[in-house]
Ligand binder design. Structure first.
Ligand code: UT7
Length: 327
């Protein structure tokens, strides 16, 4: 028997039913379908009217476990990647365990913005590889509409709500998570930030009046860093694992901007057919973009496919994961 790796053995997404189109946004802020489509590739996004991040995550988990025939009591660890937790504490993982009936699990939240899912996937994989756990859930979820300023056209057109969950289990066939490169550079924090609500700037009348509880982004700066670093790290993980562009079956890129996705695919030498894209339907759902891509493309993935997940986000944080699809 070979080395034990952590394989994704199931994936499930959850999207709120309400759709907000570019035309809907043009009625709220000074924007247009043409601007949003050409600058980002987004046509519509989902909006959660009632409920919290944990509700979307719990729905994804319940459907995933039912699909897999796994009883919630069998789950041992739950990692929730999110920048929109239900509360500062307790953790959203804690709440999701309760809502989805995972009585025997422990869990925690992980905050690395749009890189959250690859950070969480790499972390969850460790618990499988060591043999400590047999069933780990990794969830990416964000209710971005809860921290978006609908007076700020530069950010409100980009983001949407959603959740995605994967089940990790041990694999002895050489499939699963094989490598990762994760990076962070906190000196970029001012370019993409929710300035208030934490210990640096606790909530006050002033913080609310100045709209500091909403996402602030300097789009051009973030774009510049994202386009270089996401492409670089994706090429680096290919090189490190001796993968040519022919060897790579799928790129699963963070869905922030179609131009960043195209630049990453170009750098990797990949044709469009190998790139998972659903930004037009959901916008940027932060930690949920990657599992939602895997879910949308699940039927096209084949056992043994070489898959590279790649992301860039606030912090700055970025990185790539190389895995072989296991089913
Ligand atoms: O997921 C986490 C990581 N985040 C990202 O990767 C996002 C990276 N950044 C981006 O994707 C892009 O920078 C944006 C999509 C956010 C913006 O696109 P851009 O091509 O960088 O536009 P810009 O910020 O340079 O703005 C160009 C113009 C400006 O007008 P002027 O100054 O040229 O007259 C903006 O005021 O477009 C204007 N503008 C808009 N116009 C219509 C900005 N937002 C809008 C809007 N509708 N929603």
């Amino acid at each position: 028997m070979g080395k034990i790796t952590a394989a994704i053995t199931g994936v499930q997404g959850y999207l709120p039913k309400d759709v907000m189109t570019n035309e809907d946004l043009a009625k709220i802020v000074d924007t247009s379908d043409e601007w949003i489509t050409t600058r980002t590739g987004i046509k519509e996004r989902r909006v959660m009217r009632d409920g919290a991040s944990s509700d979307m995550a719990a729905e994804a988990v319940k459907a995933l476990l039912e699909k897999k025939g796994v009883d919630p009591s069998e789950i041992e660890l739950v990692i929730v990647a999110t920048v929109t937790p239900d509360y500062p504490f307790p953790s959203t993982a804690n709440v999701v365990c309760d809502k989805a009936g995972m009585k025997n699990a422990w869990g925690f939240d992980l905050n690395s913005a749009c890189s959250g899912f690859i950070y969480a996937l790499s972390t969850g994989a460790q618990f499988i590889e060591t043999g400590r756990h047999k069933k780990v859930l990794v969830i990416g979820v964000d209710k971005m509409t809860s921290i978006i300023d609908y007076q700020d056209r530069t950010t409100c057109v980009i983001f949407g709500d959603g959740a995605g969950a994967v089940l990790l289990e041990p694999n002895d066939e050489g499939n699963g998570v094989l490598d990762y490169i994760l990076r962070s550079d906190g000196s970029g924090r001012q370019y993409l930030i929710q300035p208030a609500g934490g210990s640096a700037c606790p909530p006050s009348h002033q913080s609310v009046e100045e709209r500091m509880h909403f996402v602030k982004q300097e789009g051009k700066q973030v774009f510049k860093f994202a386009v270089t670093n996401m492409a670089d790290v994706s090429a680096e993980i290919m090189e490190k694992n001796n993968l040519s562009s022919d060897d790579v079956d799928w790129l699963v890129p963070h869905q922030a901007n179609l131009r960043i996705i195209d630049a990453t695919a170009d750098r990797m030498g990949l044709t469009k057919e190998k790139v998972m894209i659903n930004i037009q339907k959901y916008g940027n759902t932060t930690a949920a973009t990657l599992p939602l891509c895997l879910w949308d493309y699940e039927n096209q993935l084949k056992k043994g496919d070489n898959v590279i997940l790649s992301a860039f986000g606030g912090g700055f944080t970025w990185g790539a994961v190389y895995l072989k699809w296991a089913y």
